[in-house]
Design a protein around this ligand. Structure first.
Ligand SMILES: [Zn+2]
Length: 165
C-alpha cells in the first residue's frame, strides 16, 4: 500500500467519534514501516491492550480506518489452533476475535461486527513469510502469493464493508 501520514490515518476512521480519532495512538514510526509489503496497516494500542486499529486503502475513495476491540487472548485456549479469517494463517493462540462497532447510527445503537484476525494484525507479513507463525501455520496451497494477497484484500474488504454498510 502507499505510505500514509498520521493525519491521513486519523481522518480515515469511520467507526469512532472525531475526538477519539484525534486521541487514539497511531504508530510513531510510520516513515519506517515496510509499506510495500503491507496490504493493510494494523496495530495494537500500546496504552489499551484491548484496542486495535486497522487502515486500508481498498478503493479510489481513499483509506478507511477501523477501531477494533480485541478479546483477551486468554479467552481463546492457547493450545487450540485458530485461523485468521483475513489471511487464513493458523496460529496457536495468535488469533483474536476483533469486534468493530458499526459506522454511523447502527454503531451508536450498539451494533458491531466481529472477525477472527491475527492478534498482531500482521497478516501481510505472515503471507509473505516475513513473520513466522510457527509449524503448520499455512495450509499447503498451490496458488501464488499474488493470489493469496488478492484473497486477503477481498476478505478484508468484505469485513470493512460489513462495518460501513
Ligand atoms: Zn491474518
Amino acid at each position: 500500500m502507499k505510505p500514509l501520514t498520521e493525519q491521513e490515518i486519523r481522518a480515515a476512521f469511520v467507526n469512532c467519534t472525531k475526538g477519539e480519532a484525534r486521541r487514539l495512538s497511531v504508530p510513531r514510526d510510520l516513515a519506517e514501516l515496510p509499506w510495500d509489503d503491507l496490504d493493510y496497516l494494523g496495530w495494537r494500542d500500546p496504552q489499551a491492550p484491548d484496542r486495535a486499529y486497522l487502515v486500508a486503502e481498498l478503493d479510489d475513495a481513499g483509506p478507511t480506518a477501523l477501531v477494533l476491540r480485541a478479546n483477551g487472548s486468554a479467552a481463546v485456549g492457547q493450545t487450540r489452533r485458530s485461523m485468521c479469517s483475513v489471511c487464513l494463517t493458523t496460529h496457536s493462540g495468535g488469533v483474536s476475535l476483533m469486534v468493530a462497532p458499526k459506522a454511523g447510527r447502527a454503531g451508536q445503537q450498539g451494533n458491531s461486527v466481529g472477525a477472527y484476525l491475527c492478534s498482531d494484525l500482521a497478516c501481510s507479513l505472515y503471507l509473505r513469510g516475513k513473520r513466522d507463525a510457527g509449524v503448520g501455520a499455512r495450509l499447503h496451497e498451490t496458488i501464488t502469493l499474488e493470489e493469496k494477497i488478492r484473497r486477503t484484500v477481498t476478505n478484508l474488504a468484505a469485513f470493512v464493508a460489513k462495518v460501513t454498510s
